[in-house]
Design a protein around this ligand. Structure first.
Ligand SMILES: O=C(O)C(=O)C[C@H](O)[C@H](O)CO
Ligand SMILES: [Mg+2]
Length: 403
């Protein structure tokens, strides 16, 4: 028995907001879990502080599955990003504790390494094709084996995924949601030339990826997928909103470009049909928003039956605690595909010292017992919470559109 004596929520903003749960046992072992929900951070902090932590005190931290079921079924209100992020934070913290008590890195508790490291993809973006390709060449120089290409769209003032800073793209950019303008026609014309230039400059030994960010209808996505086929993209991400999972049947009918979706999923039920009908190739559900390591393993196990691989979300709003958990998961799971790696700023890395490392396009979680991430609370306290929102997106006639 590792009795839970206390738990608390730490909110810090070293360049961007992070919500972290710390769980402590009577023996003084602590575990960390990420509870960050971009733009809605304080709702999870309250869910944990007001409703979850009181139920944790006195429980056995080793009973990870039982506590997961207790928080999921016991709340009566199932699923949803706030609930599943809160459960994820508890789950990560408990795996961290179990690893520390066992003296083993979490991936060893999950069955051990299935590979030497996790292939990651970096983000190359630029205002135009030339700038994007220049950034991509830089990533290749650093050893990346997979690069996401996002470029400004000619005729549109700003485009999602294209930052002012070369390495540290931050989508939650304002105190109230900023507004982007969107034109599907202009966008659809801009992507094939980007990939043509990408193959010309980078050759064929690097994987190229692209994120549509839910902005196309299924038939438009089918056309884009088909137009990109000559350049063999690794995947086309979030081609259309996935609340209606059947929509992906229409895309599949028109293209063999591999499809990835799921960064906003929070449960296996969000992707059950997508997986069982083999409508996608990669599922992007992630540790922090899909119920922790415990639930993500369930999603991966279902996906494995249908030859769907993992491709976990890993943007900057997923804290280093999530990145570590994703790497322990990715190293162990049989059907790992790729891991997104959007680097954190040096300020974030200083608040969350970690054991994971990048080398030659691959990442490894390290062999420190537990997840291998700490929190420097003195430093964290110097970065108070600052409200920040993701932008909204409108068509040129003012219609609010998908983001
Ligand atoms: O990393 C990606 O693929 C994204 O689409 C980033 C998201 O916009 C971001 O994480 C939202 O919080
Ligand atoms: Mg995305």
């Amino acid at each position: 028995m590792a009795e839970i004596e206390a738990a608390r929520v730490i909110v810090t903003s070293p360049g961007r907001n992070f919500v972290t749960l710390e769980v402590r046992t009577k023996d003084g072992v602590t575990g960390l879990g990420d509870a960050t929900l971009n733009g809605r951070e304080l709702s999870v902090a309250s869910y944990l502080g007001d409703h979850v932590i009181p139920c944790l005190i006195g429980r056995d931290a080793h009973r990870i599955e039982d506590i997961w079921q207790y928080l999921y079924k016991g709340a009566y209100w199932r699923r949803g990003p706030v609930t599943m992020t809160a459960i994820a934070a508890v789950d990560m913290a408990l795996w961290d504790i179990k690893g520390k008590v066992a003296g083993l890195p979490v991936y060893q508790l999950l069955g051990g390494a299935s590979r030497e490291g996790c292939m990651v993809y970096g983000h190359a973006n630029g205002a135009d094709i030339e700038a994007t390709i220049e950034a991509a060449l830089d990533y290749r120089e650093q050893g990346y084996k997979a690069i996401r290409l996002q470029s400004g769209v000619p005729g549109l003032a700003s485009t999602y995924g294209v930052s002012k800073d070369r390495y540290f793209y931050e989508p939650a950019d304002a105190d109230l949601p900023s507004e982007n303008l969107w034109s599907t026609e202009k966008y659809l014309r801009s992507v094939p030339p980007l990939f043509e230039a990408g193959r010309e400059a980078l050759g064929w030994d690097v994987h190229l990826l692209h994120d549509v960010h839910h902005r196309l209808t299924p038939i438009e996505a089918g056309r884009l997928g088909r137009d990109l086929e000559p350049y063999r993209p690794f995947w086309l991400e979030d081609a259309t909103p996935a609340e209606n999972q059947e929509a992906f049947r229409l895309i599949r009918r028109h293209t063999t470009t591999p499809l990835a979706v799921g960064e906003i999923f929070n449960s296996v039920h969000d992707c059950r049909q997508l997986i069982q009908e083999q409508l996608i190739d990669y599922v992007r559900a992630t540790v922090v928003h899909a119920g922790g390591i415990t639930h993500l393993r369930r999603i991966a196990a279902l996906a494995d039956l249908y030859q769907v691989r993992t491709g976990c979300h890993g943007a900057t709003d997923l804290s280093p605690v999530s990145m570590a958990a994703a790497l322990h998961f990715g190293l162990s799971v049989p059907n790992f595909g790729i891991q997104e790696y959007m680097r954190h700023t040096p300020e974030t890395d200083a608040v969350f010292p970690h054991a994971y490392r990048f080398q030659d396009g691959m990442m490894h979680p390290g062999d420190t017992p537990g997840l291998g991430v700490g929190i420097d609370e003195t430093l964290a306290a110097k970065h108070p919470y600052k409200r920040a929102y993701l932008p909204v997106n409108r068509l040129q006639d003012g219609t609010l559109f998908n983001w």
